[in-house]
Design a protein around this ligand. Structure first.
Ligand code: TGC
Ligand code: FAD
Length: 402
């Protein structure tokens, strides 16, 4: 792939060169610092993730030490200020998510859940003592966090949660269960959302607290390079200081979701790009009927459609990043980004898988791994249906939910 000939400024008589990996020349819309961050994360993924990720996926594991390395790169809580966090812009954070997910959605999930959900919740709703205690260690990847909102019987409708907390003297007693919790079994601290007499509140539950267990969920066929767990809370006693003081309704956890969904808007572009590039390379090498399959019109149409989807999704992500950096991004716009870009990435992955023929079903190539991962990505952080209905509500002024 030619990555050297794209021109940044062209004279009228010069024809701009097309770069297959950046057809719309979106690179030119980034600052030098944004490109540096992107290239740093891309190099990390190339060196540290891609050589191993098929095996992690096959073994259904992700090495704990990767967290330390991601922490050293400053990727945990990257867009947060202070407490050891990098204080990067939203766009820079998005570019990092894009590169991480070009490696694997599981790696981006590790970073999203740590930074956008667990750390963000503590940063935004925690006490100064809670921030000091957890954020520097989490930014460094020395402590891992998870975020427990979904329950076995309450996913799209977290307002129906059953997990509850009641006062007992100065303490709180938590009972209930959370389901499908990323990082749960490896977490040092769980942000657990629970119903109380004073509204829905968040609690920091530390690993090892009596009555708290986090069994891993096995037999997943998607997001295998990611730990997914149940959280079981059986008369778990935590001190008053474990409650996040600044959140007292569903608005608290839903605000955290905006952050993680924003990362997914970008991450989906990375997964799509990886699938497209695999299909493009393969199509030029694979010979059928005596010719590279890239020479057949049907395959070129698929490649053109994939390039279009990757370009469109990139522009949408960048636009939302600029809005967020300007403090002008609405949750409904994040929903549009998540819905559009994850659906686009799924289509690209499914198309790329066909281009690879039988090779499209093996872990020797990245495509089916991304395709399977994206089946989780389209479900978590609000299903495609939920985001369509959020957009529908904003368009019509009528909520389809209640
Ligand atoms: P609704 O009555 O609309 O809202 C309740 C309160 O919350 C406010 N709100 C938001 N605030 C900030 N950001 C948002 N996106 C918000 N959406 C709603 C709302 O203004 C209201 O505030 P207030 O002060 O007036 O009370 O709530 P609802 O019960 O009708 O539900 C709405 C719905 C369906 C959109 C919401 O519940 C929803 O988003 N459901 C999907 C749940 C979801 O996405 N769960 C994700 C769990 S975490 C996860 O999946 C991690 S995956 C790992 C990874 O990221 O890699
Ligand atoms: P349900 O809500 O039961 O939905 C089932 C189907 O019904 C879906 O197709 C949905 O779109 C549809 N549906 C529901 N309501 C409506 C409606 N009003 N109109 C039309 N259709 C509707 N959660 C966390 O809290 N923390 C995590 O770290 C986390 N990590 C995850 C990791 C993985 C790998 C996965 C798969 C999930 C994770 N989740 C996590 C849970 C995820 O957020 C939920 O699975 C998701 O919100 C959907 O909930 P559900 O699975 O209960 O589906």
């Amino acid at each position: 792939m030619d990555t050297t000939t794209q021109q940044t400024g062209t004279r009228p008589d010069e024809r701009p060169k097309i770069r297959p990996d950046d057809f719309l020349a979106i690179d030119q819309l980034l600052s030098d610092q944004e490109r540096d961050i992107r290239d740093t994360v891309r190099a990390f993924v190339r060196d540290r993730v891609l050589p191993h990720v098929a095996e992690w996926f096959e073994q259904a594991t992700i090495p704990r030490e990767l967290a330390g390395e991601l922490g050293k790169l400053g990727l945990f809580g990257m867009h947060l200020e202070g407490y050891g966090c990098a204080g990067a812009s939203a766009t820079e954070y998005g570019l990092a998510c894009m590169e991480l997910e070009a490696g694997d959605s599981g790696v981006r999930s590790l970073v999203s859940v740590q930074g956008s959900l667990a750390m963000y919740a503590i940063h935004r709703f925690g006490s100064e003592e809670q921030r000091q205690r957890w954020l520097p260690a989490m930014a460094a990847g020395e402590a891992i966090g998870c975020f427990g909102l979904t329950e076995p019987d309450a996913g799209s409708d977290p307002g129906a949660m059953r997990t509850h907390a009641r006062r007992d003297g100065a303490d709180w007693i938590l009972n209930g269960a959370k389901m499908w919790i990323t990082n749960g079994s490896i977490a040092d601290v769980a942000v657990v959302w629970a119903r109380t007499d004073g509204g829905i509140r968040g609690f920091l539950v530390e690993r090892g607290t009596p009555g708290f267990t986090a069994p891993e969920i096995h037999r997943k066929l998607s997001l295998r390079a990611s730990v997914t767990s149940e959280l079981v809370l059986d008369d778990v006693r935590v001190p008053a200081s474990a409650m996040l003081p600044e959140a007292n309704s569903l608005r608290g956890p839903l605000s955290c979701l905006n952050e993680a969904r924003f990362g997914i808007v970008w991450g989906a572009v990375g997964a799509a790009r990886a699938c497209f590039e695999a299909a493009l390379d393969y199509s030029k090498e694979r010979i059928a009927f005596g010719r590279p399959i890239a020479s057949f019109q049907l395959q070129q149409q698929k490649l053109a459609t994939m390039a279009l989807e990757v370009g469109r999704a990139s522009l949408l992500a960048l636009h939302l990043g600029r809005l967020k950096d300007g403090g002008r991004l609405a949750p409904e716009q994040v929903s549009m980004g998540k819905l559009g870009n994850v659906n686009a990435a799924l289509e690209v992955a499914r198309t790329a898988r066909q281009v690879l023929g039988a090779n499209g079903i093996t872990l020797e190539y990245p495509v089916i791994r991304h395709m399977n991962n994206l089946e989780s990505v389209v479900t978590y952080e609000g299903t495609a249906d939920v985001h369509a209905l959020v957009i529908g509500g904003a368009l019509t002024g009528i909520s389809a939910f209640r």
